[in-house]
Design a protein around this ligand. Structure first.
Ligand SMILES: *[C@@H]1O[C@H](CO)[C@@H](O)[C@H](O)[C@H]1NC(C)=O
Ligand SMILES: *[C@@H]1O[C@H](CO)[C@@H](O)[C@H](O)[C@H]1NC(C)=O
Ligand SMILES: *[C@@H]1O[C@H](CO)[C@@H](O)[C@H](O)[C@H]1NC(C)=O
Ligand SMILES: *[C@@H]1O[C@H](CO)[C@@H](O)[C@H](O)[C@H]1NC(C)=O
Ligand SMILES: *[C@@H]1O[C@H](CO)[C@@H](O)[C@H](O)[C@H]1NC(C)=O
Ligand SMILES: *[C@@H]1O[C@H](CO)[C@@H](O)[C@H](O)[C@H]1NC(C)=O
Length: 435
């Protein structure tokens, strides 16, 4: 009886100590690596629960003790490894769809300065080749290719992307990288090789005359930058990128940029007139065949965007602290405030260069606080679509994209008068991120 009592006291005390150390370790590891803990080695809970259910015996206690020591060592190893590999390096992926202002928001990161390696739509090449080869119809294969290319690029490895560039680069040199000039990192002096006579470069640097892009030089420059950012309008489902979030070599932050689908459609009807000729015809006719492929495509796009956001906002362990949702309308109205928030979320210092770029390009005016700014005349810009999109078409979008509008806080219109009445805002104030 007495022995038993002693054993259970020892057991109890040990448990308390272990519990305490556990807390300390998890707190320390939170500080060192603000990310979810890896699954395999760090889950002692299962085994200790089992022990709790059983009677404490010395052999079990010893087992637990050594398991705990091993866990602790692995945890220390992991933290060390993590901080060695990423050293505070951040990998930002700006996810959007076309006509949501993603080029503009991409500039927030492109303008960061010498610490940032920014790439503008590198997946353009991947989509192009997959479309040529298979019609781009295999969504699973596309998603995998997109993910793998992004992963390599975040590690400054251009080899996989190279295999999608046409014509295939020779000696890692290409004059055809899509929109090279949109990435200031690819136009820096260290990445600028001499002009080659007779080689026509499809996209030229604006800041200096450069020859075809030497991807080896690009990779070397990338390795020297502290942070990396990629903008893409081609990823359909956030969930397909899960391996990036779980790659211990990366510290990825996803920023999903969304916009009112009615405004997106209105904008695409202007920007991609040929592709959207059916919609333009329906706008004239005032009649939309609701079971048309184009309408189904619109619904598919809305569903993808909504499902990605739902996963992000639910914050599953693999996405904890890695996901931020931003509305185009909020950026247009409060560019400085939203840029500041994005940088805080990314864990990167907001530089004077970014600030001055935003001031120059948005006519943002300082508010009383001097911290946040708003764009003048913004509501007019943001709501222009309300006067170009016929009410009939708006109704169709509301019908097939209803849940998406609702999730992002875009108000439904019930009449043409409401659609065109400027004193009724269609944007609800909404907070999305709980950081
Ligand atoms: C735990 O101890 C109690 C009382 O001594 C005993 O009845 C029970 O069988 C033991 N359970 C296990 C799993 O050893
Ligand atoms: C910790 O890392 C070292 C060196 O990489 C390795 O040899 C050792 O097995 C690791 N320990 C644990 C507990 O994982
Ligand atoms: C689509 O791609 C996946 C992954 O590459 C492949 O396993 C599958 O067979 C492909 N499906 C079709 C219909 O080609
Ligand atoms: C490309 O850049 C690398 C690294 O600077 C260099 O070694 C290589 O010679 C360059 N290639 C050509 C064809 O200039
Ligand atoms: C908005 O800007 C346009 C021209 O850019 C100007 O004509 C209009 O008066 C401005 N409206 C307001 C409310 O400032
Ligand atoms: C626009 O909406 C406001 C607020 O609901 C209303 O007071 C006003 O009469 C409306 N204007 C028109 C032209 O319908």
């Amino acid at each position: 009886m007495r022995i038993k009592y002693t054993i259970s006291v020892v057991f109890f005390v040990t448990l308390v100590i272990i519990e305490k150390e556990n807390n300390i370790i998890s707190r320390v590891s939170d500080k060192l690596t603000p990310r979810q803990t890896p699954q395999t080695p760090l889950q002692p809970s299962g085994s200790s629960h089992e022990l709790l259910k059983n009677n404490g015996s010395f052999s079990q206690l010893n087992k637990m003790d050594s398991a705990f020591t091993l866990m602790k060592r692995r945890l220390e190893n992991y933290s060390e490894y993590q901080s060695l590999v990423t050293r505070g390096r951040k990998h930002i992926l700006l996810l959007a769809t076309t006509r949501t202002g993603s080029s503009f928001v991409g500039e927030f990161f492109n303008q960061q300065g010498d610490n940032m390696f920014y790439l503008f739509e590198p997946l353009w090449h991947v989509e192009k080749m997959l479309t040529l080869e298979t019609g781009g119809t295999n969504a699973t294969a596309s998603a995998k290719a997109y993910r793998d290319v992004i992963q390599k690029l975040f590690l400054c490895d251009f080899s996989l992307l190279e295999s999608f560039i046409e014509p295939l680069p020779v000696d890692h040199i290409t004059p055809n990288l899509f929109r090279r000039e949109s990435s200031s990192s690819l136009c820096e002096e260290s990445v600028c090789s001499p002009v080659v006579k007779g080689v026509f470069e499809r996209y030229r640097c604006k800041t200096r005359r450069c020859g075809p892009l030497n991807l080896t030089m690009a990779s070397q420059s990338c390795l020297q930058k502290e942070h990396r950012a990629i903008k893409s309008v081609r990823v359909r489902q956030l969930e397909t990128l899960r391996p990036l979030a779980e790659d211990p070599r990366l510290d990825v932050r996803f920023i999903q940029l969304v916009r009112d689908p009615r405004a997106v459609l209105a904008s695409r009807m202007v920007a991609f007139a040929a592709k959207y000729k059916n919609w333009k015809q329906w706008a004239l006719d005032g009649d939309v065949p609701i079971d048309d492929d184009e309408v189904r495509k619109l619904k598919g796009n809305c569903d993808n965007i909504r499902m990605s956001a739902e996963i992000g906002l639910r914050q599953p362990p693999w996405l904890r602290r890695r996901y931020m949702l931003v509305r185009y309308e909020d950026i247009a109205r409060f560019p400085m405030r939203k840029a500041t928030e994005m940088y805080r979320f990314a864990g990167i210092p907001f530089t004077p260069q970014v600030k001055s770029w935003i001031l120059k390009n948005t006519q943002a005016s300082k508010e009383a606080s001097g911290v946040y700014s708003t764009q003048k005349n913004s509501s007019e810009q943001v709501e222009k679509w309300r006067f170009s999109l016929p009410f009939k078409i708006a109704q169709v979008v509301q019908r097939v994209c209803g849940p998406t509008l609702k999730l992002f806080g875009y108000k439904f219109v019930s009449s043409e008068e409401m659609l065109m009445n400027k004193s009724i805002s269609l944007i609800e104030d909404k907070m999305f991120n709980f950081l």
